[in-house]
Design a protein around this ligand. Structure first.
Ligand code: SF4
Length: 378
């Protein structure tokens, strides 16, 4: 077999970690959001339908090759751990596809930042081709900007759904127009509402990404309340939380240096999250904190039933004494803690407490140390 050759972009949502990545476009057509360090020096381009189909053909060929290895002693075509081990030693370039098949071969994510910018007829052609060549697929998802989604009428979106598109991940970031304007998101809250509502009405699944801390100190309250207002109007299937960390390569970094943007501390972010969740009403979204930058990963659950539970987790943290909160933050950012209860486990807490004492003796502030630690994750 010739070398497997297909293109992949740099990012995908955490929830698509096990998905096959098919690149439709390169980079981001907007590329202006102040908080975003991705793609900054990269130009946006659309890949041709022929290039994308060549990738899909290469992957389909790889799938057949992997299936032909099968599982020694197992059913023909069945992908097991042994199959993956066989691929690793014989065709290491196919390993990613082998893992995808081992996971069921069901999910695909279309890259990069705004793939629905391709003409509708090309998108339909690609979706059909993908399902024809890789029939095990049953979920196809993509990122899309709200502005891009507004190009599609309701029937257009239904066509995308009928051709296999299942879910759209939208960077809502905020529902507050002042925050969106400052961050140069290129969209206002009303457009988020319209785009999201159309996605939902077309029967597509919708993930909204919200960035905690994006309003900075002066706008934290408006950010929380207005974002909740937008989310409440749309009722997305998923609300996925991120916490702002200012990457030195993002334009926001310069703004923060000159005091144009005042970031929130961890505890202020958590108060903002509390207000945001308190303000969510009448929706049935699944709330997810599945990003390493979020301090309280366990704030997760199905709304509305889990709302009080999630608020309880946040209040428990906020009611802790300041030193305990600092130790938890340090433990979370150094990877010792995931959940609030972890701080009660001696073997986890001891190294963190030691580190905490060390920082204090060196006069290093916890906030500064945590800012540095968070940079590792962006
Ligand atoms: S639209 Fe997304 S990828 Fe593009 S600049 Fe904004 S955050 Fe970054």
């Amino acid at each position: 077999m010739e070398r497997l050759d297909f293109e992949q972009g740099p990012i995908r949502p955490p929830s698509e970690a096990g998905s096959l990545l098919i690149r439709l476009t390169r980079n981001c057509p907007w590329n202006r959001c102040l908080f975003c360090p991705v793609y900054k020096d990269e130009k946006f381009s659309r890949r041709s339908v022929a290039q994308i189909k060549a990738d899909i053909n290469a992957i389909a060929e790889a799938v057949e090759r992997i299936k032909s290895i099968g599982s020694p002693g197992g059913l023909p075509g069945r992908i097991t751990r042994q199959t993956v081990a066989g691929v690793q030693s014989e065709y290491p370039e196919l390993l990613q596809i082998a893992y995808w098949l081992y996971g069921g071969g069901k999910n695909v994510f279309l890259q990069d930042g705004d793939s629905l910018l391709l003409p509708l007829k090309d998108l339909l052609d690609i979706l059909s081709f993908l399902k024809e060549k890789l029939p095990s697929i049953d979920r196809i998802t993509t990122y899309a900007r709200s502005k891009t989604l507004l190009r599609f009428s309701q029937p257009d979106m239904e066509l995308l759904r009928d051709h296999g598109l299942s879910r759209v991940h939208v960077g809502l970031e905020s529902g507050c127009d002042k925050v969106l304007d400052f961050m140069k998101k290129g969209v206002v809250g009303e457009q988020h509402v319209e785009a999201g509502s159309r996605v939902k009405a077309a029967g597509l699944s919708l993930s909204f990404y919200v960035i905690l801390g994006l309003g900075g100190l002066p706008l934290w309250r408006e950010h929380a309340l207005d974002t909740a207002k937008v989310v409440n109007q749309v009722n997305p299937d998923f609300i996925r939380m991120r916490t702002l960390a200012i990457h030195p390569a993002s334009p926001l970094y310069q703004h923060s240096l000159i005091g144009d943007f005042i970031p929130l501390s961890d505890d202020q972010v958590i108060r903002e999250e509390l207000l945001f969740i308190e303000s969510l009403e009448g929706i049935e979204s699944y709330f997810v904190s599945d990003h390493i930058l979020n301090l309280l990963e366990e704030v997760e659950g199905q709304l509305p039933v889990a709302k009080e539970l999630m608020l309880g987790i946040i209040r428990r943290y906020l009611n802790w004494p300041a030193e305990k909160r600092e130790i938890f933050r340090l433990g979370r950012r150094t990877g010792y803690f995931r959940y609030l209860n972890d701080i009660e486990h001696k073997e986890l807490a001891q190294p963190v407490e030691k580190y905490y004492t060390q920082l204090q003796s060196q006069n290093i502030t916890i906030d500064e140390q945590i800012r540095q630690l968070m940079l590792r994750f962006i």
